[in-house]
Write a new protein. Sequence first.
Length: 301
Amino acid sequence: MKKAVLLWAALLGWAAVGLTQGYDLQPTLDSLVQAEVAFSRWSVEKGMREAFLAFLADDGILFRPGPVAGKEWWQAIKTPPSPVFLIWRPVQAQVARSGELGWTTGPWELRKNGTGEVSSHGQFISVWKRRADGPWRVVIDAGISHPYPAASVPRVDGPAAAFQVKTYAGDGAPNLASLMESDRELSRASLAQGTAAAYTERLAEEPRFYRDGSQPSLGRDAVRAALAASSERWSWQPLGGDVSKAGDLGYTYGTFQVEKGSEPGYYLRIWSRQGGAWRIAVDVATVMPTPAPASQPAGGV
């Protein structure tokens, strides 16, 4: 068990920080991870619908594939329980120094009841928020599907991870307007100098890039290699976001378009304030599904 936990911690790649400005954030981070684990447990024990209705914020947003009001979306589903169940597990997390905003990410699996056979899998990203001493609630949730990786990966129902705090200095000044402008500036730079160059200048220390249908790119080298493999130029139009009270963590989401006419889609981007500037910690892109062709009239034409 000890060896398994150490291996999991190595996969996380987090450095211990301990105290930040005299406030121990470890209990806050632990509570966030515990909330994510409980969320997944509810999904298995009580079903996906009940789990999402319990853990989503009242104004929480889901990507289906674009942003929708999460509770309304699930409340509209009145069908009997599905013969499959969804499970997931956080393998990385971060909280703001102010303690009210954070995010978690990791693998998910859709399994068939009874057999436990995995039918699909991918990565999720959840942004959480809490008010005062209230419980953590999901304010935005997105993810991707991808082929099962050839290399060994942690089981989503494996041993508890040894999460450790990692934070960056924020001065409390940056607000949502400044973050939204950083998002728009990324779009302008992408069109002017190329998407790879625009991203490279703005990557956080340990970035994670998720693209539907592809394995995650983890770390600066992997992200740069993935960006260099494509000459496409992307642009983004933010629809919303939020920033922590400490001004050190935030997120934006919206729509994207590829210059050469590839399928448009939606994005969720997690930003971390590092070195006095907003840096991209997590970047998720999901393609808008192609509309099904109109059915042919009876008798043909």
